[in-house]
Ligand binder design. Sequence first.
Ligand SMILES: [Mg+2]
Length: 183
Amino acid sequence: MNKTEFIWVDMDGVIANFIGGMCSLYNIDETEFRQKRKEIGKWDGINAINKINKSDMSYDDLMNDICKTPDFWFDLEPLESGKELINNLIRNNHDIGVLTTVPEIGSKKARIEKRIWLAKHYPKIGRIEFAGGENNIKKHGYARAGIALIDDKPDNIVNWINAGGTGIIWDSVAPNFSKIGEL
Ligand SMILES: [Mg+2]
């Protein structure tokens, strides 16, 4: 018997390789990026990009560059550990959906491409919700008791738990499947 009623799975960094897409945009090696981000100790990758490329970009610059890149979201590679995660959840009879935040800059592009990406790679996932953008509902607006979120962003998990939900932090490079088994 599963303890949770419903599980929301994050998209970027859990099932879609956003870091891979971002690194190829700036000609950065993904392993180098992950290492630099760890060294800096900040989850936000903009500092790592700036360090590696000796640039001075802001988060908005990154989003503007993404906006100018045709099919950026659609072309993201599916993460292998994300496939395992989804298969694991379905095998264990969990009701699941994808809850993903879209940036304010280019939110329409992100929403359209993410929807097409999901239809291509995960056609069986019927429930998709977008937080952020002009929608103005934050991710944790969907949190409540019995509802879980699996997400790679620490702040999202903290906010989710504070809002009464069950949160599991996900590392696509070192996925923790035993935590998932507790849901
Ligand atoms: Mg994420």
